[in-house]
Design a protein around this ligand. Structure first.
Ligand code: FMN
Length: 176
């Protein structure tokens, strides 16, 4: 069974999650391609798809949203799993669980692809990243904003691996 793991990332944190998912699927006996969304040529070449994006300002990245829209029909026909990678703190200022409130705002559109699951995973952030885009330049320049973005790598590898292992089990059970 061939599985596509595809992702949109700005600074590489989501790519790391996608690579780890791909490793676990391979360990589960599957034939896996892992690629940024912009490099994917033919979704129909795969039996199942895992699609993920980093979250910025409560949204999936544009490249992931366009990929989902462009391939809507093919993705809807396939076993599909979605993930979002984002929160770099466990709770927000109001004490709300960040995994529940961080996005993506386009979840209703994404659910129209009929994914088997969607998970939000904690992300990673470093002040050493080269700022990209208005918000990041703002964060970089303003001490108060920088304080809201502490260095953190909260990627929860056991949870990510367990999720990937569940996907491997489901894909192996698909009719050939
Ligand atoms: C300007 C800015 C906005 C962000 N907005 C969100 C957000 O709305 N929700 C969220 O969960 N994480 C948010 N994050 C955290 C990123 O999603 C996190 O750093 C993620 O791991 C980045 O992934 P990447 O390295 O693949 O680009 C934001 C980070 C920055 C710098």
């Amino acid at each position: 069974m061939a599985v596509l793991v595809t992702f949109a990332t700005k600074h590489g944190g989501t790519a790391g999650i996608a690579e780890r998912i791909a490793d676990r699927l391979r360990a589960g006996g599957l034939d896996v391609a892992v690629q940024p969304v912009k490099q994917v040529r033919d979704v129909d070449a795969y039996d199942a798809v895992v699609l993920g994006s980093a979250l910025y300002m409560f949204h999936w990245m544009g490249a992931a949203r366009s990929f989902a829209a462009r391939n809507h029909d093919a993705l809807s026909r396939k076993p599909l799993w979605l993930f979002s990678s984002g929160p770099i703190e466990a709770v927000d200022k109001e004490g709300r669980n960040q995994l529940e409130v961080s996005g993506p705002r386009e979840i209703d559109t994404l659910l129209r692809l009929h994914p088997r699951d969607h998970q939000v995973f904690f992300g990673v952030w470093s002040r050493t990243y080269k700022p990209s885009g208005f918000m990041e330049r703002f964060v970089h320049m303003m001490p108060a904003a920088r304080a809201a973005f502490p260095d953190a790598d909260l990627r929860d590898w056991p949870r990510i691996e367990a999720w990937a292992d569940g996907i491997a089990t489901e894909v192996r059970a698909l009719p050939r």
